[in-house]
Design a protein around this ligand. Structure first.
Ligand SMILES: [Mn+2]
Length: 324
């Protein structure tokens, strides 16, 4: 059985200001290459890690264009909702979104945590579970979305989560889950999206794997994105698990598609923000640099006037937005 994995396609009809090329055209080219890989490697089905769309209300004309390509995959597509697929990052809005519409029309299939999909092909039986984005994911040591039970009658179990699963701690305030925290999962392969840089293939143990091939698109103007070549993963399930990564040939070098001046602007803003946080810290007795802590302490600080508090909140919000 062969499975192709891709994530965070962020389908949209416009070009982000960080990009130098025409984003929708390039994304179509990439997905057509994915279609060719599906044919050539005789892929049985596709797993998508969420954020299929950049917005929940993507224009019907744009969705229509991309539906043509997804249907050309000619294999089932299983996915989960990413935060960008939903209104206000709220899972209960799914039925009103374009992703919800694609699910209702059978173009894609949304996986859920407790009711696994069973696929039996070429003598291999696989269980698929999935967790869409929700508010509590990755919050305060909550790992339950990553821990699934494997049925006794399947050969392999795969769990796909739109969460911030990372190989090592992140140096900024951000909710995340570490690979080390999910060692108790019975999933043979845990797949994530959300973290656009990705971490490729990692082993949780002798025979358990974690996979995040990284976003298929480069939207963020960060130095690390300049070096990254978008890729998909191909999982082969037979007697053993084999996972390989395939870099897209149509994807151009980072310098060709990302605007360096935007990257420099972002770095400049980050430095200014760090300086601002330092100033705020010295104006109050802030014990921690966590975003929520800063917001709470700001609310309780009686020595800062309202305009400063509002400006601080606005800048913190903007800084957080850039981390997504
Ligand atoms: Mn994303």
């Amino acid at each position: 059985m062969k499975i192709l994995v891709l994530t965070d396609t962020h389908i949209r009809g416009t070009t982000p200001r960080n990009r130098l090329d025409e984003f929708p055209t390039m994304l179509k080219k990439k997905l057509i290459e994915v279609k060719d890989v599906i044919e050539k490697k005789e892929i049985d089905f596709v797993l998508h890690g969420g954020d299929l769309f950049d917005r929940p209300d993507t224009a019907p004309s744009v969705v229509g264009d991309f539906i043509h390509i997804l249907r050309d995959f000619k294999v089932p597509i299983y996915t989960i909702a990413g935060n960008h697929d939903l209104y206000g990052h709220n899972p209960s809005t799914l039925s009103r979104t374009m992703l919800g519409l694609l699910n209702a029309s059978g173009i894609i299939n949304i996986l859920v945590p407790d009711d696994e999909e069973i696929i039996e092909l070429k003598g291999v039986k696989v269980q698929l579970n999935g967790s869409s984005y929700h508010y509590d994911l990755d919050k305060s040591n909550r790992v339950s979305d990553y821990l699934i039970k494997k049925r006794t009658d399947v050969d392999y179990a795969i769990n796909i989560v739109h969460g911030m699963l990372l190989p090592r701690p992140f140096p900024v305030d951000l909710d995340y889950t570490l690979l080390d925290d999910i060692k108790d999962t019975e999933a043979d392969i845990t797949i994530t999206g959300h973290y656009h840089t990705g971490f490729g293939v990692k082993r949780l143990s002798e025979d358990k794997y974690c996979l995040n091939p990284g976003s298929l698109v480069r939207i963020g103007a960060y130095a690390s994105e300049l070096k990254r070549k978008p890729q998909v993963a191909i999982i082969s399930l037979e007697e053993d698990i084999d996972i390989s990564l395939y870099k897209l040939k149509v994807a151009e070098a980072g310098e060709q598609v990302l605007d360096r001046s935007q990257i420099e602007l972002n770095e400049y803003r980050q430095k200014k923000l760090a300086g601002f946080v330092q100033e705020i810290k010295s104006a109050g007795s802030f014990n921690s640099l966590g975003l929520n802590d800063i917001l709470n302490e700001l609310a309780n600080n009686k020595d800062l006037d309202k305009a400063i508090k509002d400006e601080a909140r606005r800048r913190l919000e903007k800084a957080e937005e850039r981390l997504v």
